[in-house]
Design a protein around this ligand. Structure first.
Ligand code: ZN
Length: 262
């Protein structure tokens, strides 16, 4: 290529319009989905009352090992506007991550068994809330079963619409959600008992990027991988004072992204 043709090529690239910033609904500047894994009592006891007081809706990814009494509690949660999502029946994980659950090592699973579990959990959830469209969060954020990645098999199965996986505080700030693979949506799961400032700093990064953020909680005010009730409340308060950030369920946010990505 001559220097002249190189110059023209570079000039043409420079003239291409940059893809416009993704537009969120109702003048919102960014979106944040608050998601909660493992059907924990601390979520029912602390996180949900805080969300309800602020009129925010969250997404609760349930596993199948819950009692009938808890099912009734989760039914009420869904009826008040929150989303119940699929986190599999038995929460299989790699041996190295949860060594005490030897019947449920993903090392010993295959793709059929994994998809069957997700299908059965859809039925459990249907029994709780009567909803058919589901989202899924990946147990232990690991998509390998018996060494095989089941992302594409799950995509083809039609069992779920969107899949939330793991990430970190930076990779999970999604500046342009149109570029997402909706079966590999990263989320920030803070560890080491983050305080409210840490959670708010993530929300601020999402807002400043005018993008999408997904937070992944476990215990809130109890249980394990805990975020304290005060830290969770501080984030909820910050979001209440920053209405430019759209807080909605994972499925609602992703439905919006999907509908505006063509
Ligand atoms: Zn989990």
């Amino acid at each position: 290529m001559t220097s002249r043709t190189l110059f023209i090529a570079l000039w043409l690239v420079a003239c291409l319009p940059a893809q416009a910033q993704f537009k969120w609904p109702e003048g919102k500047q960014a979106a944040l989905a608050l998601t909660y894994d493992d059907a924990l009592h601390s979520q029912l006891d602390f996180a949900i009352p805080q969300l309800d007081a602020a009129k925010f809706k969250g997404t609760f990814f349930l596993k199948g090992e819950i009692t009938p009494a808890d099912m009734l509690r989760w039914r009420k949660v869904q009826r008040s506007g929150h989303e119940l999502g699929n986190h599999s029946v038995f929460h299989p994980c790699p041996r190295a991550m949860l060594p005490d659950r030897k019947n449920y090592f993903t090392d010993n699973y295959d793709v059929d068994r994994m998809l069957s579990e997700i299908a059965v959990m859809n039925n459990v959830l249907f029994g709780i809330d009567g909803v058919q469209a589901r989202t899924y969060s990946v147990p232990c954020s690991q998509m390998l079963v018996g060494g095989i990645d089941y992302t594409d098999a799950l995509r083809k199965s039609g069992l779920v619409k969107y899949v939330r996986t793991g990430g970190d505080a930076y990779r999970s700030v999604i500046a342009d959600p149109r570029k997402l693979d909706v079966f590999q949506i990263p989320s920030y799961g803070p560890v080491d008992h983050p305080d409210g400032k840490t959670l708010i700093a993530y929300a601020e990064r999402v807002r400043d990027a005018k993008g999408l953020g997904v937070l992944q909680f476990h215990g809130t005010g109890g249980d394990y991988l805990e975020v304290s009730s005060d830290a969770h409340r501080a984030l909820v308060e910050w979001l209440r004072n920053h209405p430019e950030v759209w807080v909605a369920t994972f499925q609602d946010v992703m439905d919006y992204v999907s509908a505006h990505s063509r």
